[in-house]
Design a protein around this ligand. Structure first.
Ligand code: G3P
Length: 213
């Protein structure tokens, strides 16, 4: 399972780019709005200069025609840009049209297996089920992800599934266990994934013992 970072914060992206484990970035309008400074285009292009992999940038139009127009414009910013499209009827139309033009798409805000099935049929390059938000509704996000992975495997869809809206480290492990292609992970959770109190305690003990030598 590939690891992406879910943020528009340039400092966070720069920091993880040095670890050699993050192969893509996902953003959304909420994440983008939290960052001050550079405009949308400059931010996306800077992200692309830090991480050599897919970088999702979301359209803000809601009608298919405008989504396609906006997607075509954003796709010219960098060859690694992926156009993030909300999963609606208009979104399906936009995903289909963009796929016909060989523009990569990431169908976002997926909450059910049927939505994933439909965006895969429309030709989405990526599909992003929002695990944490499904859990927030009192339902089982990981069960929905598992259903999606089964469907993708049985029918051989090429759409890659991004486990998104990840809230904690267990979500990452479980996403890998059900075979998600990618998990997009907040910076805080990526940092938590490498930490273990026994590793810290082990290092401290090694240093103490070495000092006694
Ligand atoms: O990648 C999806 C993510 O940005 C949404 O996360 O925590 O707002 O549900 P969250």
């Amino acid at each position: 399972m590939q690891l992406f970072i879910d943020t528009a914060n340039l400092d966070e992206i720069k920091a993880v780019s040095k670890w050699g484990v993050v192969s893509g970035v996902t953003t959304n309008p909420s994440l983008m709005a939290k960052e001050t400074g550079a405009d949308f285009k400059t931010t996306i292009q800077t992200i692309c200069s830090y991480i050599d992999g897919p970088v999702s940038a979301e359209v803000i139009s809601l009608k298919a025609k405008e989504m396609v127009k906006e997607g075509e414009k954003i796709s010219k910013w960098h060859e690694n840009v992926v156009i993030k499209i909300p999963t609606t009827e208009d979104g399906l139309e936009a995903i289909y049209q963009l796929s016909q033009k060989d523009i990569a798409t990431n169908a976002t805000l997926i909450f059910s297996a049927n939505q994933a099935l439909m965006v895969a049929q429309a030709g989405a390059t990526y599909a992003s089920p929002f695990i944490g938000r499904i859990d927030d509704m009192g339902q089982d996000g990981m069960a929905v992800l598992a259903e999606i992975m089964d469907i993708m495997d049985v029918y051989g869809f090429e759409t890659q599934i991004i486990s998104a809206s990840i809230r904690h480290t267990r979500h990452v492990t479980d996403s890998a266990l059900v075979g998600a292609d990618i998990a997009t992970i907040p910076y805080k959770v990526l940092k938590q994934m490498i930490r273990h109190p026994l590793t810290d305690a082990g290092i401290e003990k090694f240093m103490q013992d070495w000092a006694k030598k």
